[in-house]
Design a binder for this molecule. Structure first.
Ligand code: SF4
Length: 261
């Protein structure tokens, strides 16, 4: 990764999603990758980028090992439609084994801290390892997805991940804009949307919602004091706090020298 402390001209705050994405691809080239869990917003970003580059864009996804079967089906559809070799980034096997041995496979239901520990091992640390090889990453985050996301910027320095650039081209899009784009461009969609899942993550932690519920109500629905986030999109202002450091130390006793900074 090169030192990218802003030497470039940033796009205007009100630049369109396409312009933000085009700017990122032009500025960072091979150093940029799209991170997606293949929800609607991620597939829109992926479709835009694939059209701009004729499929010559890097795409990766965090394969937690607990994804829905429908997610893997969609990955195959995406690969076929765009000719993109989606990179699936797996958790560190030693860390995963240690966590599962200490806390069991369904630790997420035992406490918010253990759920976040699972997210840390299966998602956050995998993401950190992957981002250490990049100059910029692109997400499908939108401001009105949750309170914790309402201050997302379209382009920002990601201090949590080594000061690389983080793009959220759809930050100011509504859900209606997302699904309108999908319909107009016939973008492949996740099979669980038709079964009432508005937000799709790991199988044990996502459910369908009832009419009138908030779209993220199907994520970690059993938690009373959770913040509804996994920690991947940590805010420097402290919107999403990490409160499981003791548990992490227990799971990684022999690996402390190798902790991802
Ligand atoms: S969403 Fe659930 S299964 Fe997936 S990493 Fe987080 S706690 Fe673990």
């Amino acid at each position: 990764m090169t030192n990218l402390r802003p030497k470039f001209t940033w796009p205007a705050p009100n630049a369109s999603a396409e312009d933000v994405l085009r700017w990122g691809i032009g500025e960072f080239g091979e150093g940029l990758a799209i991170c997606t869990s293949f929800q609607a917003t991620g597939t829109v970003v992926l479709d835009m980028a694939a059209c701009m580059t004729a499929g010559n864009v890097k795409v990766f996804s965090l394969d937690t090992g607990r994804l829905h079967a429908e997610t893997y089906e969609l990955i195959d559809k995406i690969r076929g439609r765009y000719g993109i070799a989606v990179e699936l980034v797996a958790p560190d096997s030693a860390e995963l084994t240690s966590m599962l041995t200490m806390h069991g496979p369904n630790l997420m239901y035992n406490s918010v801290s253990k759920r976040k520990l699972c997210c840390e091992i299966r998602k956050v640390r995998s993401l950190k390892r992957k981002l250490a090889s990049l100059d910029a990453w692109v997400t499908g985050l939108r401001r009105n997805q949750s309170n914790a996301r309402e201050r997302i910027e379209k382009v920002a320095i990601d201090e949590e991940h080594g000061g690389i650039v983080k793009l959220a081209p759809l930050a100011d899009w509504s859900a209606e804009q997302v699904f309108d784009y999908i319909a107009r461009n016939d973008v492949p969609q996740h099979g669980l949307y038709a079964r009432g899942y508005p937000s799709i993550g790991c199988a044990p932690c996502t459910r369908a919602i009832e009419p009138g519920e908030h779209p993220r109500a199907g994520r970690w629905w059993w938690e009373e004091n959770g913040d509804g986030e996994c920690g991947m999109h940590f805010s420097p202002r402290g919107d999403v706090r990490r409160d499981f450091d003791v548990l992490l130390d227990e799971v990684l006793p022999l690996r402390r020298p190798y902790l991802v900074k």
